[in-house]
Design a protein. Structure first.
Length: 177
């Protein structure tokens, strides 16, 4: 074997090892990816039952139901993005800052039309909203951040960005006599 041939085989072996390592690394990362979805996306596109996703939106007012099964608290509530709502079941203690009409992110999967959450994340102060939730509200036309804080979830069915802009315009001047 000539010197050139040995170098060529060494390069081929190194490239093969690097390719194998890269493929294994990408495969490991792809199994840990959790995509963010809104209630509209979740209802329109059926997710596999074993696929874990982050569901983000606002908790619908008067939708929270709390029960106890033995010593374990079980909660059920609805999450909406202004277009559609998804029922979420969560077994465990909800975060202290969990409130109706405020943003929430639930991590879990869909089973029989109900989102089963393994974890629920709530905002940490009155001005915080997860970036994904804010983007979903903007995309649905229910909120424009230039016109103040997000709307109360109870008013979403009738409100659009145009309505929000109208409510912020100064009242018309009285007609001169």
């Amino acid at each position: 074997m000539t010197r050139k041939t040995r170098r060529l085989w060494l390069v081929i072996i190194c490239v093969a090892c690097f390719g194998t390592a890269a493929a294994l690394m990408l495969r490991a990362f792809s199994s840990d990816i959790v995509f963010f979805v809104t209630p509209s996306q979740l209802t329109q596109n059926a997710q596999p039952a074993d696929r874990t996703v982050k569901l983000g939106g606002m908790v619908v007012a008067n939708s929270v139901k709390r029960e106890k099964h033995g010593d374990t608290p079980v909660s059920s509530f609805e999450v909406t993005d202004g277009q559609s709502a998804v029922t979420v079941n969560y077994e465990g203690v909800l975060p202290d800052l969990f409130r109706e009409g405020q943003s929430v992110v639930a991590i879990g999967s869909m089973k029989n039309g109900i989102f089963i959450a393994s974890e629920v994340l709530a905002k940490h102060d009155e001005t915080y909203m997860p970036k994904e939730v804010a983007e979903a509200l903007k995309k649905s036309g229910k909120w424009d951040p230039r016109f103040g804080p997000p709307p109360d979830a109870t008013s979403w069915n009738s409100m659009t960005v145009k309505d929000a802009k109208k409510s912020l315009l100064p009242p018309p001047a009285p007609a001169a006599q």
